[in-house]
Design a protein around this ligand. Structure first.
Ligand code: OOG
Length: 260
């Protein structure tokens, strides 16, 4: 037989394929047993994006993770990470989320930015900040493809930072530094998590230089219209069927969806 031994298939490609299949099937996988560098992990993530684009999905932006103490403490990691967003992950404000294809989804209240101009790779923090034209309250649904949400930093980067779905509320122009705004997450009208926008790196605008440096290092552009999720202000809360979910960011408004 001329069959190639398994080791001939690069382990990183196999990891990307495994994570892609887990996301599509809703069946979790065990985190890889081999040492994964952060560089390799971003490479796996880039392959996941290629796989999704080859299936017709379109990039819509980037999301940051571990930008608050609450999230770092919840997950036991301490470095900011970036993942990608696609149109297939977007839910309408006021829409519904089908839990069927998901593994163990959790939701987080966030702040989103929108780019009004192209930011070519390597443009730097000032260009990115200058290109932001609006801010909105947002919700992110994360759904680790790893069993029991158990991973280290490189493993969660490889899994596209657990990105699963996102919902954007009403856009408004940016006024002030956006710090100190109370953030609340409610299930069926009852608060389940609370924080303030200061919990996101002292203010969500402070995430932009970090995104600019990761985008420069990883050599990707951020086209006009891109959405940037600045990361959760609170710990993530597990989703249950039948729940009405709403995030409110004082001064920016609110955003919600219904879980089916
Ligand atoms: C990783 C995603 C973290 C955030 O806002 O901090 C994240 C995870 O917790 O599974 O999106």
């Amino acid at each position: 037989m001329n069959q190639l031994p398994n080791t001939a298939v690069p382990a990183l490609e196999r990891l990307a394929d495994t994570l892609h299949d887990a996301q599509a099937s809703g069946l979790p996988v065990v985190a890889p047993g081999f040492e994964l560098s952060l560089d390799d992990a971003y490479g796996v993530q880039a392959r996941l994006l290629d796989l999704r684009e080859s299936q017709g999905e379109r990039r819509t932006g980037r999301k940051l993770g571990f930008t608050s103490e609450a999230k770092m403490a919840q997950m036991g990691v301490s470095e900011l990470i970036v993942g990608f967003l696609t149109d297939a992950m977007a839910l309408e404000d006021g829409g519904s989320l089908d839990l069927g294809p998901l593994i163990h989804p959790r939701v987080e209240p966030e702040v989103a930015f929108r780019l009004g101009a192209d930011v070519p790779a390597g443009s730097g923090a000032q260009a990115l900040e200058a290109a932001i034209d609006a801010v909105a309250p947002a919700l992110e649904v994360i759904d680790s493809r790893y069993r029991a949400f158990k991973f280290n930093l490189a493993q969660v980067v490889a899994d596209n930072t657990s990105a699963s779905r996102y919902v954007i509320g009403p856009w408004s122009p940016i006024e002030g530094d956006l710090s100190g705004l109370p953030v609340a997450l409610a299930f069926d009208g009852e608060a389940v998590a609370e924080g303030t926008t200061t919990d996101i790196l002292g203010g969500p605008l402070n995430t932009l230089p970090r995104l600019a440096s990761i985008a420069a290092e990883r050599e990707y552009d951020l086209p006009a219209g891109s959405i940037i999720l600045a990361g959760a202000a609170t710990a993530a809360v597990p989703l249950t069927p039948g729940t009405a979910v709403r995030a409110t960011v004082s001064g920016l408004g609110s955003v919600g969806f219904q879980v089916n």
